[in-house]
Design a binder for this molecule. Structure first.
Ligand SMILES: Cc1ncc(COP(=O)(O)O)c(C=O)c1O
Length: 377
């Protein structure tokens, strides 16, 4: 049977994530994976979950298992509103921040529209923009077809870079000049290991910014919870769109997140998470210094989960991938994050997921694979 004719005109634009493909092919526990963006399992508050569930069920009873409001349960919206100093009416709970990106794309983009974004760009965002048949162009081009600027100002995925205040102000200036919105994707903001926090773009331009937050890296991604803070008239359309996406975010999960955040347990857990990740970041940087051959450089991120490596021009990280994997190490080739597939001499390394004990053998192996490429040029 020819199934092709049944698919919508959007389907050819769907992008397959190379990162997910890597995960489909390999048993993560059997290798040293620097590939995904998974948090460390050790940061999940596993022992607290049964008590949290019991508390929620005794407090809310069957309400916790019922459908809830499309905007999210009031308890969670209020806690988020208080934490970030905004009115509750400016908070929409999402079923993860990936949904936040997708719902913004669905509400604001028409086929042929332009999203302005920096290269390299987060793959999940690229997947959503493409799925609505929008094009991604660099921030700074002169255009009348752009609808929004997409940025990750804090600890970018994949580059690890954090925007300075001046760079954020420049984004706001461009957005105001072009009269476009800004989607500020911010799942890592609370994971800062060094340096000083910089104002969010939402704080600089609240009238045109949709700020996307996530519980994935500060609680657990399995809850699939996030939020959008933005102007009410924009949230109103997102609210209507979310009705057809999932009716409401998961109710039990929201009550548990509200309880966890409201009691102070989230901040206590976050403090431990930050200490753990700071240690891992420094460990990975130390290992790169120890093992990588000359000519390889990397970023030193102030937070988040990723380092970005630049290798000598002659090293093609796409071509090198199978060799690394055969020796038990996975990474993501940097060119996958470039809209034009360029920068084949770069790679993204995640430092949060791999067990600490595997990190040194993993980096040592990766460095030897890189060295082989340089020798056999
Ligand atoms: C920049 C960025 N945005 C959004 C997401 C999606 O996060 P979630 O859907 O788990 O909230 C990720 C996940 O890695 C990310 O790196």
């Amino acid at each position: 049977m020819d199934y092709g004719k049944y698919f919508s005109a959007d389907v050819p634009s769907f992008l397959r994530s190379p990162v997910r493909e890597i995960f489909r092919k390999v048993d993560l526990s059997a290798i040293c994976s620097f590939a995904g963006g998974y948090p460390a399992a050790s940061t999940f508050p596993v022992e607290q979950i049964p008590g949290l569930a019991e508390k929620v069920l005794s407090k809310y009873g069957t309400k916790a298992l019922q459908y809830g409001a499309t905007q999210g349960v009031p308890e969670l919206r209020e806690i988020i509103a208080r934490r970030y100093g905004v009115p509750v009416s400016q908070v929409q709970i999402t079923t993860s921040s990936q949904q936040g990106i997708d719902v913004c794309s669905r509400v604001f983009l028409d086929p042929g529209d332009i999203v302005l974004a920096n290269n390299p760009v987060y793959l999940g965002a690229l997947q959503s923009f493409k799925a609505y048949r929008a094009e991604v162009e660099p921030i700074g081009i002169d255009t009348t077809s752009a609808k929004f600027i997409y940025v990750i100002p804090d600890f970018n995925n994949p580059s690890g870079k954090t925007m300075t205040l001046e760079e954020r102000e420049e984004i706001v200036r461009i957005a105001r000049d072009l009269d476009v919105l800004i989607v500020e994707d911010s799942p890592y903001r609370e994971l800062r290991y060094s340096g000083e926090p910089v104002k969010t773009i939402r704080e600089l331009a609240p009238e045109r910014t949709l700020h996307l937050g996530s519980f994935s890296k500060i609680f657990a991604p399995g809850f699939r919870l996030g939020w959008i803070i933005g102007p009410e008239p924009l949230l109103e359309q997102i609210y209507v769109c979310k009705q057809c996406l999932d009716l409401c975010p998961p109710v039990l999960d929201q009550y548990m997140a509200a309880e966890f955040m409201g009691s102070g347990a989230l901040d206590a857990n976050l403090e431990k998470t930050i200490a753990e990740y700071r240690h891992r970041r420094d460990l990975m940087v130390g290992l790169l210094e120890k093992y990588m051959p000359e000519g390889v450089s990397w970023t030193y991120p102030e937070g988040g989960l990723f380092l970005w490596l630049t290798l000598p021009e002659s090293v093609d990280t796409v071509a090198m991938y199978d060799e690394a994997l055969s020796k038990g190490v996975a990474y993501v080739a940097g060119s996958f994050f470039y809209t034009d597939g360029s920068h084949r001499n770069t790679m993204r390394l995640n430092f949060s997921f791999v067990e600490e004990a595997k990190m040194e053998p993993g980096i040592k192996t990766l460095a030897s694979v890189v060295r082989n490429r340089l020798v056999n040029r």
